[in-house]
Design a binder for this molecule. Structure first.
Ligand code: CA
Length: 717
């Protein structure tokens, strides 16, 4: 009787009350227990490989939708959910967190940290969030305005909150914290605006700061924080601290339980143009490096720098996977990383020795790595010194934050690859002006008609392509490549069922056979996916879940990748025999464009330049929006009526649309407005043509618009 009563009580309390704490033992067991997804990369080793095999290559065709959950926003969704004891936790726009019943998708709680909407200007790439960490009975979440927040896992209530950044500086947090040893590790973003990167460790219980490690030196006159900074300062020149210098740790932080080391992935230089940042050269440590730290003290242990003197927004922030692979006949503990620079790096994690660096995509900035020194051999002219240069990979990278996966079963690394270049046209150091609230890259690409034409020609000669790429790190070569119809595809999950899962930008969620790349199952998701999928088991059934929705740097800057409407972003969960269905696509009414404004060709051209400089990183190059935020060509009349007040008086600041009165005056705003209305008429003319020819023309126009004007004040973080 007592037992029955207890069971009734537990049932009444729901699944969240059964939560067991996340302990070191549990984290280690998770390497072989696939029921839960305990950390950003599932386990400490961050392989995004699950030992679950109920869903497998032989039955993947029987997969169907089990449930979906609406986030009620179109703003970007980059999250990797955590799944613990039958509850799925995820984050979304404005650093909001949700808890769902992992079996049904039913909402258990929601936590909104109420990020001040003015903070959107600090988010280089949308007000996105990539996930949470779990420790004990708590969850940890970083916010766009730089806070680290501890939540009660059962209720979503805030337990403590710490401001991890100076609110007066353009820092933001979009990355997932990581937890180990009772500590929570968190970095930040903001290099493009001009910040100095660092990582902090907070006590999970009290929320107090335990240590902080800066990734690049500050002003030597202020003294160095530690010996590592004094060493790093030897590799810098000029007055880099005035520009921030960069090196933000905005995504990958990995705890190595076998070696008791913490690895951080350090970002690009600020500005990207190294002649402004560090005149006279230098390696600029620890930009674009993997740095190993003592997790308890934050003390420097070793580093491996991938791109000395980085000049293209290349970062070592992309996902690090801890694995053991056979190397020259011996098992070797390694870090596998395929970051923006376009090489797969295999690094010995005991000491940082480079074992392999081979290109996995088109690479032109370096010919190869000198394996004696571990340094790249740069290709002459690619650093855009005095002459514009067309460089592969682009600042978006050969692979960005979209998680990759490693299968110890197949011995293959599954990379969402992007084969794309970009034109770098230097802003000379004498002409450089530092802007606090805007991108400071030190180059430009659309400033004049000549460079715009150069861009189009180069882009058309080598159109951007994307693949799901299986890479064999032992053979140092690709095993197979699955081409995708569109760029900007989602993260990857590998399972013991000989499967790889990926969401694509053209609106599919696919299951692929892991050993040969054969597509076994496809589900139409109605919109693009960026995030990495997860898998878990509840009541004996295996589920695969993924956050579906576009937004983020690539989509926002390069316009719509998926040619139909855009539903709200969702979490979708799949299982064998699932038979739920999605609601019909929303019907979007496009308002007619307002009458053209009086403007000269020169004013229209100026409007385009200013738009592409300040607005395109969110509203899309040449105003081709991705649908995650309003498309400027399809505005309702009320926005046209208030256009100047929005840009110069901050009328919509509280809704997340920043003001631009620090860089634009009334005439600038008029020029931008006149050009946007011109674009609205062009858009309408295209839509009014009917038939297949018009549809092709629409697609081609959008593609060329993206190609001609993708201006890259826009990158990733
Ligand atoms: Ca960057």
């Amino acid at each position: 009787m007592r037992k029955i009563l207890l069971l009734c009580l537990l049932a009444a309390l729901g699944p969240a009350s059964l939560a067991a704490p996340v302990t070191p033992e549990r984290m280690l067991q998770a390497e072989t227990n696939g029921d839960h997804w305990l950390s950003h990369g599932r386990t400490w080793s961050e392989q995004r490989f699950s030992p679950l095999d109920q869903i497998k290559d032989g039955n993947a065709a029987e997969l169907g939708l089990a449930w979906y959950f609406e986030t009620n926003t179109k703003l970007g969704l980059e999250t990797t959910p955590l799944v613990i004891d039958g509850v799925l936790y995820f984050t979304g726009a404005w650093s909001t967190a949700w808890a769902l019943d992992a079996k049904t998708g039913e909402l258990l709680w929601k936590h909104d940290p109420e990020v001040p909407r003015e903070a959107s200007i600090k988010a280089c790439c949308g007000v996105v969030n990539r996930g949470m960490a779990a420790w004990g009975n708590r969850l940890f979440l970083g916010t766009i305005d730089g806070r680290l927040i501890a939540l009660d896992r059962d209720t979503g209530e805030q337990l403590w909150s710490q401001q991890t950044t100076d609110p007066n500086e353009p820092y933001s947090i979009t990355g997932a914290p990581r937890a180990a040893k009772g500590l929570v590790f968190i970095g930040n973003g903001g290099s493009e605006f001009g910040t100095r990167g660092y990582v902090s460790a907070y006590d999970a219980e009290t929320g107090l700061l335990v240590w902080r490690f800066h990734t690049i030196p500050g002003n030597p006159a202020d003294g160095f924080e530690n010996e590592a900074m004094a060493m790093a300062a030897e590799t810098w020149n000029g007055e880099w601290w005035k520009y921030g210098g960069g090196g933000t740790v905005w995504d990958s932080i990995v705890y190595d339980a076998e070696l008791d080391q913490l690895y951080i992935g350090v970002g690009n230089g600020a500005p990207h143009n190294r002649r402004i940042r560090s005149p006279g050269g230098g390696d600029n440590l620890f930009l674009t490096s993997i740095v190993a730290l003592d997790p308890d003290s934050g003390e420097y242990l070793w580093h491996y720098q991938q791109v000395p003197g980085e000049a293209w927004d290349y970062t070592a922030t992309q996902q690090m996977i801890l694995a053991e692979i056979p190397w020259e006949g011996q098992p070797r503990k390694v870090i596998l990383q395929a970051p923006k620079a376009g090489f797969v790096y295999v690094v010995d994690r005991e000491n940082g020795e480079l074992l392999s660096a081979e290109p996995f995509t088109t690479v032109t900035w370096a010919s190869h790595y000198d394996m004696e020194t571990g340094r790249p051999v740069e290709v002459e002219g690619q650093d855009y010194d005095g002459e514009p240069a067309w460089v592969y990979p682009s600042p978006i990278g050969g692979h960005n934050w979209h998680p990759m996966a490693w299968s110890p079963d197949t011995g293959l690394l599954y990379i969402p690859e992007l084969d794309m270049g970009m034109l770098f046209d230097e802003i000379l150091p004498v002409d450089y002006k530092h802007l606090k609230r805007h991108f400071n890259t030190g180059y430009d690409i659309s400033s004049d008609a000549q460079s715009s034409q150069r861009f189009t020609q180069a882009m058309l000669k080598h159109l951007p392509k994307a693949h799901l790429l299986a890479w064999d790190p032992v053979k140092q070569a690709p095993a197979w490549k699955l081409p995708h119809p569109n760029i900007h595809n989602g993260g990857v999950l590998a399972t013991a069922g000989n499967l790889v899962f990926q969401g694509t930008s053209d609106g599919r969620f696919i299951a692929v056979r892991a050993d040969d790349g054969e597509v076994l199952w496809t589900f139409p998701t109605q919109t693009s996916t960026m995030a990495g999928p997860v898998t878990y088991r509840v009541d004996g059934e295996q589920y695969v879940a993924v956050a579906v929705g576009r937004g983020g740097a690539l989509n926002m800057a390069m316009g719509k990748g998926f040619p139909v409407g855009n539903p709200n972003n969702r979490i979708m969960a799949f299982k064998l025999g699932g038979n739920a269905t999605l609601p019909p696509m929303p019907v979007v009414e496009v308002p007619p464009p307002p009458p053209r404004m009086e403007a000269t060709d020169k004013e229209l051209q100026r409007g385009r330049e200013l738009f592409n400089r300040y607005c395109s990183r969110c509203h899309g190059a040449d105003a081709v929006g991705d649908g995650s935020i309003p498309d400027m060509r399809r505005l309702d009349p009320v926005w046209h009526e208030n256009f100047e007040a929005i840009l110069l008086e901050g009328l919509m600041e509280k809704a997340g649309m920043p003001r631009f009165d620090d860089v634009l005056d009334k005439q600038d705003v008029r020029n931008i407005h006149a050009w946007i209305i011109e674009r609205a008429h062009e858009d309408q003319a295209l839509r009014e043509e009917s038939g297949w020819l018009a549809s092709i023309r629409q697609k081609a126009t959008d593609t060329i618009a993206r190609a001609t004007a993708w201006l890259i004040r826009v990158t990733t973080e």
